[in-house]
Design a protein around this ligand. Sequence first.
Ligand SMILES: NC(=O)c1ccc[n+]([C@@H]2O[C@H](COP(=O)([O-])OP(=O)(O)OC[C@H]3O[C@@H](n4cnc5c(N)ncnc54)[C@H](OP(=O)(O)O)[C@@H]3O)[C@@H](O)[C@H]2O)c1
Length: 321
Amino acid sequence: MRAWMCRRYGGPETLTLETVPQPRPKPGEVLIRVVATSVSSGDVRVRALRVPAGMKTMARLALGFTGPRRRVLGTELSGVIAAVGGRVTAFKPGDAVIAFPGVAMGAHAEYRVMPADGRIALKPESMSFAEGAALCFGGSTALHFLRRAGLKQGERMLVIGASGAVGSAMVQLARQQGAWVAGVASTANLDLVRSLNADAAIDYTRGAYLGTGETYDVIADAVGITHFSGCHASLNEHGRYLSLAGGLGDMMARPKGTRRSIAGPAAERKEDVAELVQLAAAGAFRPVIDSIVPFEALPDAHRRTDSGRKRGSVVVEVSEA
Ligand SMILES: NC(=O)c1ccc[n+]([C@@H]2O[C@H](COP(=O)([O-])OP(=O)(O)OC[C@H]3O[C@@H](n4cnc5c(N)ncnc54)[C@H](OP(=O)(O)O)[C@@H]3O)[C@@H](O)[C@H]2O)c1
């Protein structure tokens, strides 16, 4: 099979399309023919070893010194079950599925083996393969942070970076959980943010939106441009600051009175994949797709994600549905 390999940290030009042995499913595993995948902010962070401040050495230890140990990137995919190993009853060849390898990666390939009882779910017919491939990275990160925030119905929330993969999921999921949500975006993306059911869309090009007297119960920074120290004054009593892209500083930040900072890597749970699929099937969550590129042009998808300007997810078409 063909797979995009990342043998050393660097720009998109370091990626190489190679022929590698096709994996075989062991007992309890399924072999998925990948139809679509995404190039996420997580993929480009690993490719370029672009990590939050103070975490480079830790990242090299975890990921690899000169290049990632897991050479095939790609955290999420949609596809069709090509074969099943022994003891697998939940899936059969021909089933359309959505899977979330997450930090284990390996989705930028024509085939990926997954544990049948892992982060994998049947794809609802109402979802395209492209949507399925864009469901999990942003969606599960948003669910994780909303859960850690303990978001309550009727609370006021501000999402900075509401047009990105995580931010666009967070706006929709927080609205779905009954919060009042304002999304921060550039002028060109305000309509997108409104289409996600946000109560307010704030244009960051028109000046400061923090320290204006407006206060929130939860502020989520899905860009990495603020710190708890600059946001706590805009939080209500018992307010929570969610630092999605934060470094050690935000992870270690002490509470300020009743206000606190929440940071760190998002958990990857099969329950969250199931919940996202269920919400998508019910029409309550729609992953935003920035663009779709062919498999052979996957480095272009990295360039688009590197730009920091994508709206939702960049999807890569790997094979015919
Ligand atoms: N903690 C975790 O486990 C975890 C998991 C997943 C992701 N993350 C992190 O979360 C962050 C967001 O990820 P993502 O995939 O959503 O990123 P993304 O899709 O690449 O975000 C791009 C979006 O950010 C917007 N943006 C850029 N500058 C902005 C600004 N100053 N104010 C408001 N919006 C701005 C852009 O809109 P404009 O072009 O209009 O500015 C664009 O739509 C990344 O740093 C990622 O590494 C963390």
